[in-house]
Ligand binder design. Structure first.
Ligand code: C2O
Length: 551
C-alpha cells in the first residue's frame, strides 16, 4: 500500500437548512465532511487541527486499528480531546478491510455535523467479488436540528428528559422537499443515473438517534456488504440500517428511454409520530439520464411523485427477518474466522433505566422524580477525566478505572412482559480485562424497559461475528445449539432487538482499550457504554505518538 495524507481543519461554517442559517462545526468547511479514499493496505495520515472552541476527537468508525489504538479517537477512552488551537495526527493502516466505513467526531454530540465517508477500494489489481460497478455513490443519512445540538444534549442531561427530536433527517446533508416548505430547492438530494447500468451505493447511517428504513420507488437493491465485510448477495427493495452501520449495495437501473424520476425516502423505524409520512421522512429523487432540470424547478416537479411504501413504524418482525438475511460471503479469499471454541463468556443486559433526581432539581424522567439513564449490566459508565488507554499503558489505572465490570447482570430478571422494577443503576468506570488473543462470546439481551427501543451496539477495534439472535429471554441451555458457526455475518455494529437478544463472537487479537456502546447517541450519553482492555506484557502497543493530546 501507499501512504495518503489528509488535513482536516475543524472550523465553523454557516450552513442554511430549513430556512435557518446556523454556524456548525465542519471539516474544512464542508458538510457532510470530505470523502476519504484509500485502498486496502494503505496507510492514512490525517492531521486534525482544531480551530473551534469545543474539544474535538475523530473516530474512524469500523477501522480495525490493529496495534494503532492511539488513533482510534473516542474521547477519554483512547485519547484526551484535541483542545482549541491544538492538533493531532491520526496515523493508521487499513488491514483486511474493503468497503465503506466512516468518520465522525467522538465528543459529546459534535458528530451531528462532523461526519463523512471512508471509501476503501480493493488492493490494486484485485477486484470486487461482484460485477464491476459503473459508478460508486456514497449515501449518508443524518439528522438536522435547527437549534444548537450541544444545547439539545445539555438540556436533556440537565432535566433528565429525552432530548428534543431533530427537525429533519437528511441524505448527504439535505433534508428534501416533503414538509420543508421554505427550503431552498438545493436542499434535495438528486441521484442522477444512466439507464441499464449497475451502480454501487455506499450507505452510511450517521443519524444520531434513529434506525432507518430506506427505499427507492419501483427499484431493488442487491446487498453485497455490511460494515466493510462481504456478504452473500441478496436482493431487497427496502433497507434497514442502524446508526453506525454501513452497507454497500448494487443498484441496477432500468432500461428506460425517458427522463423518468422516482422518489427515494428514508424514515425512522421507531418514532413517536404516527406511522405516516410526516416531517420525520427525508426524500430525495432518482433522475434518469440527461435530465437537465434546474435545481429551482426540481422541488415542485417531484412533490407530486408517488413515494415508496416503507414498512410501518415499529415493524419489529421486519427488522428481525432482515438481520437474519446477512451471511458472510465465505469464499477462499475472504474466509470466515468465527471462533469455534469460547474462552471468555459474557452476558450483558443492555437498556435504559433511571437515576434518582438530585435534590433541589426538577427532573422530567420517565418515572416521577427520576432522570433517564442507561446501562450495561446495571452499570452506567462514567467517562474518566483522563484517557483509559494512557492510564492502562503507563500502568496508572489507580483512581481512573476498575476492572470489576460484571460478567452477568447484577439483577437478573425476566426481560419480557410487564416492565420490571429494577431499573435503578449504579455508576462507575469499569472495564473488562481480556487476555490477549483469547476468544470471546458475548450475548447481549435487550431489556425493553421503555417501549420499542433497539440498541445498535458498536464495538471499537474488532469485528465480531453475529452467531445468533432471538426474541424473549436468552436461554443458555438451548439457544446456543442453533448458533451459526459456519457463515455468520461479520460486522462492527449489531442491533440488540427490543425484548430479544443477540450473540456475537470475536477474538481479542488487538491490544488496546476498546470502547463498546450503543450508537444511539442519547443512549451513549446516558451511559450505555463500557470498555474492554486487551493487553499483556508481550503484546504491547507501540508507544503513543509524541503529539498525543494531554488532558
Ligand atoms: Cu461510531 Cu464509538 O463510534
Amino acid at each position: 500500500g501507499i501512504t495518503r495524507h489528509y488535513k482536516f481543519n475543524i472550523r465553523m461554517q454557516n450552513v442554511t437548512r430549513l430556512c435557518q442559517t446556523k454556524s456548525i462545526i465542519t471539516v474544512n468547511g464542508k458538510f457532510p465532511g470530505p470523502r476519504i479514499i484509500a485502498r486496502e493496505g494503505d496507510r492514512l495520515v490525517i492531521k486534525v487541527v482544531n480551530h473551534v472552541s469545543n474539544n474535538i476527537t475523530i473516530h474512524w468508525h469500523g477501522i480495525r486499528q490493529l496495534r494503532s489504538g492511539w488513533a482510534d479517537g473516542p474521547s477519554y477512552i483512547t485519547q484526551c480531546p484535541i483542545q482549541t488551537g491544538q492538533s493531532y495526527v491520526y496515523n493508521f493502516t487499513i488491514i483486511g478491510q474493503t468497503g465503506t466505513l466512516w468518520y465522525h467526531a467522538h465528543v459529546s454530540w459534535i458528530r451531528s455535523t462532523l461526519y463523512g465517508p471512508i471509501v476503501i477500494l480493493p488492493r490494486r489489481n484485485t477486484s470486487y467479488p461482484f460485477v464491476k460497478p459503473y459508478k460508486e455513490v456514497p449515501i449518508i443519512f443524518g439528522e438536522w436540528w435547527n437549534s444548537d445540538t450541544q444545547a439539545v444534549i445539555n438540556q436533556a442531561l440537565q432535566t433528565g428528559a429525552g432530548p428534543n427530536n431533530s427537525d429533519a433527517y437528511t441524505i448527504n446533508g439535505l433534508p428534501g422537499p416533503l414538509y420543508n416548505n421554505c427550503a431552498s430547492p438545493m436542499e434535495t438530494f438528486r441521484l442522477k443515473v444512466k439507464p441499464g447500468k449497475t451502480y454501487l451505493l455506499r450507505l452510511i447511517n450517521a443519524a444520531l438517534n434513529d434506525e432507518l428504513f430506506f427505499k427507492i420507488r419501483n427499484h431493488t437493491f442487491t446487498i453485497v456488504d455490511a460494515d466493510a465485510s462481504y456478504v452473500k448477495p441478496f436482493e431487497t427493495d427496502t433497507i434497514y440500517i442502524t446508526p453506525g452501520q454501513t452497507s454497500n449495495v448494487l443498484f441496477k437501473t432500468k432500461t428506460l428511454t425517458s427522463n423518468a424520476k422516482f422518489m427515494m425516502a428514508a424514515r425512522p423505524y421507531s418514532t413517536n409520530a404516527a406511522g405516516t409520512f410526516d416531517n420525520t421522512t427525508v426524500a430525495g429523487v432518482l433522475e434518469y439520464m440527461s435530465d437537465s432540470m434546474s435545481s429551482s424547478s426540481i422541488n415542485a416537479s417531484i412533490k407530486g411523485l408517488p413515494l415508496p411504501t416503507l414498512p410501518v413504524i415499529n415493524a419489529t418482525s421486519y427488522v428481525a427477518n432482515w438481520t437474519n438475511k446477512f451471511r458472510s460471503l465465505g469464499i477462499s479469499q475472504f474466509p470466515v474466522n468465527v471462533p469455534q471454541t469460547v474462552q471468555n463468556r459474557y452476558y450483558f443486559a443492555v437498556g435504559l433505566g433511571t437515576d434518582p433526581c438530585p435534590k433541589n432539581q426538577t427532573c422530567q424522567g420517565p418515572i416521577n422524580g427520576t432522570k433517564f439513564a442507561a446501562s450495561v449490566n446495571n452499570i452506567s459508565f462514567t467517562l474518566p477525566t483522563t484517557a483509559l488507554l494512557q492510564a492502562r499503558y503507563f500502568g496508572k489505572s489507580n483512581g481512573v478505572f476498575t476492572t470489576d465490570f460484571p460478567t452477568t447482570p447484577l439483577n437478573p430478571f425476566n426481560y419480557t412482559g410487564t416492565p420490571p422494577n429494577n431499573t435503578m443503576i449504579s455508576h462507575g468506570t469499569k472495564v473488562v480485562v481480556l487476555p490477549y488473543n483469547t476468544t470471546v462470546e458475548l450475548v447481549m439481551q435487550g431489556t425493553s424497559i421503555f417501549g420499542f427501543e433497539n440498541h445498535p451496539l458498536h464495538l471499537h477495534g474488532f469485528n465480531f461475528y453475529v452467531v445468533g439472535q432471538g426474541t424473549g429471554n436468552f436461554n443458555s441451555a438451548t439457544d446456543p445449539t442453533s448458533f451459526n458457526l459456519v457463515d455468520p455475518v461479520e460486522r462492527n455494529t449489531v442491533g440488540v432487538p427490543s425484548g430479544g437478544w443477540v450473540a456475537v463472537r470475536f477474538r481479542a487479537d488487538n491490544p488496546g482499550v476498546w470502547f463498546m456502546h450503543c450508537h444511539i447517541e442519547i443512549h451513549l450519553s446516558w451511559g450505555l457504554r463500557m470498555a474492554w482492555a486487551v493487553m499483556d506484557p508481550n503484546q504491547k502497543l507501540p508507544p503513543p505518538p509524541s503529539d498525543l493530546p494531554q488532558c
